[in-house]
Structures are given as C-alpha cells and as structure tokens.
Design a protein around this ligand. Sequence first.
Ligand code: SAM
Ligand code: DTB
Ligand code: SF4
Length: 328
Amino acid sequence: MQLDLSRLGETRSDWTLEEVAALHTLPFTDLLWHAQSVHRRNFDPNAVQVSTLLSIKTGACSEDCGYCSQSARYKTEVGREALLDVEIVLERARAARDSGATRFCMGAAWRGPKDREMEPVLAMVRGVRELGLETCVTLGMLSADQARQLADAGLDYYNHNLDTSESHYGEVVSTHSYQDRLDTLAAVRGAGLRICCGGILGLGEDESDRVALLQRLATFSPHPESVPINQLVPIAGTPLAGQKPPGAIDFVRMIATARILMPHSHVRLSAGRSAMSDELQALCYLAGANSIFFGDRLLTTGNPDTASDEALFQRLGLRPEAASRATG
Ligand code: SAM
Ligand code: DTB
Ligand code: SF4
C-alpha cells in the first residue's frame, strides 16, 4: 500500500483501512516524526487539556461490558450507589476547578438514563457550567430527545466510546451492539453536541482491531473533538481482567496514529496512566497526546495523584491548556 505522506496533516474523513494500517505500521521514528509535525501545526505542543472525572452514579449496571467494575454481572469490589446529590457534585466540581481542571466529566453506570433521571443530570450540567468549567457527561445510550435536553442545558461534550473494532465488540459486550453505540453518537451529533469518543487497548484485540477502531473514528465527519485512548485497568472479577496488556510501543503507536488521522482533535491519554512510567507518558505527549484525566480517581479506580502529575508537567515543561468553549 502506497501511503501519500505529503497529504498527512490534511483533515479527511475518507481514510481507508489500508491507509490507516500503513500509517500505524510505519517505522516507529517515522510515525512519531509525522505525528509531531501534525501536532505542532495545529496545537501548542506544550499545552495539555486537563479534565477531572467523577462517577455520579456508581455500580449495578445492567450491561455486561467485560472490562467494567460496574457491571452487576461480575463480582467486583465496587458496590451500588445512588445518583449523587447535585450539591455534592458541584462541591466536587469546585474542588476540581480549584486544583486546575478546566473540564468536569460526570459518568453514570447506566445502559442509558431513564427520562426521570434526566432532570438531576441537567441540573448538574447547568451548575458545573456556572462554575466556569466545561461540561462532559457519559450516561450510556441516549435518545434524540435526551441528547437535545443535554444540549439545551449547555452541555459541551458527550462521551460515548466505541471501545474497539466492530468485529471484536461482540467478544467484549453482549447486552448492546456496536450499532447501538453508533446510533447514540448520531443522536448526540444531531443535537449539536461535541463528541468525546475513543477506545481501550488491552481487551484481547489484535492490531487489525486497533486499526479498524481508528479508521471508524477518523471517518466520522466531523471527527470526534476528543479522542480518549484508554489502557485497560484490569478489574478483578471481570472476564477481561487477565488479558495481556498492550505493549508500551503499541500504545504510543495508537496515540500517534490517532493524532495524524484527526489533526484537530484532542487525543486523551486516558485510563491506565497509573500503570505507566513517566517515560512512557512523555512518549505519549511526544506522539501528540494533549489531554489527560487529572485527579486521584478516574471513575472507580485510581489515577496518578495530582502532585506527581504536577511534578511530571514541571519536568517536561508542559502546562495546562486554558479553558475554551470553542475548541475540542
Ligand atoms: N455507562 C456508560 C457507557 O458505558 O457508555 C458510561 C460510563 S463507562 C464506565 C465509560 C467508559 O469508561 C467505557 O466506555 C470505557 O471505555 C471506559 N472504561 C470503563 N472501565 C474501564 C477500565 N477498566 N479500563 C479502561 N477503561 C474503562
Ligand atoms: C474514557 O474514555 N475513560 C474514562 C471516561 N472516558 C469516562 C473512564 C475510565 C474508567 C476507568 C476505570 C474506572 O475507574 O472505573
Ligand atoms: Fe455499564 Fe458503562 Fe460499565 Fe458497560 S461500561 S457495564 S454500560 S457502566
């Protein structure tokens, strides 16, 4: 396959699987060089967007996602908690803002929200927005009407991951389909919301699944504004806990390829950083990652503590990106 390297950096939504595979398998130093060039053309290379996560409704989820601590089907250490009160969420958002986050992402362990559950979530979105933070929620499947309600409340981003390739998805989840995920993404875009959509490495996928996921993401038009690349956080008691972790070089390849394919998107080095060395994280930034989750917790698992992230930023000369409602 001949890859036209002179076209790298163009914003395109017609990437073929062959082109994505050719890019993903370039010699590592070439891949990083191209990713760096594209990154520097579109972003300040030393600025990193900083989001903080909060689980607003934890555990007892009806779905069977084989990686998840919150599925009711697996015996994990995570218990069931009711939807948090709006005031508690706003307190946590204020603390996140005061420690430097510019986006607050609220996650719920739902297949999708029931209509009566929307009002408290909408109140959270309005309240977090009033604090001057960008807002993101991840609530599972949405109807077009629910997506519109979120847009009306001023939501900035909706997170809904494709996780892996369509052909591997059935090995990971059986209670909903890839098409269900695509339908929700279409509803979210239809409501005019920005999209945060990415995947997880370490679900037992092979390289062709990673390429297919990237191609799927890069053929959305427009591209998702945020692209989280997670490394599986293995959860004891879940079916996928024993999968072989992705190699560090493979993880960096995924980041670099995403950067080239989606030149204007924020690529987030997401879950899994607690298991990564500082040097691997530095390589991810070099490959074009320009967003992280900041704060001691993700949803139900740990994240590097804020002091060690601040120290790493200091050593690498990175700084948090200023908040902006206008970009992804
Ligand atoms: N229930 C909603 C859904 O599934 O879309 C929202 C919450 S769900 C926990 C959000 C995302 O977190 C999942 O799509 C998955 O990509 C990621 N995730 C969950 N557990 C993970 C784990 N153990 N390691 C890495 N990523 C994980
Ligand atoms: C995303 O891509 N990763 C985040 C967020 N979007 C919702 C979730 C990571 C969850 C990691 C496992 C846990 O803490 O439960
Ligand atoms: Fe439920 Fe989301 Fe976890 Fe799947 S990933 S089990 S839908 S909380």
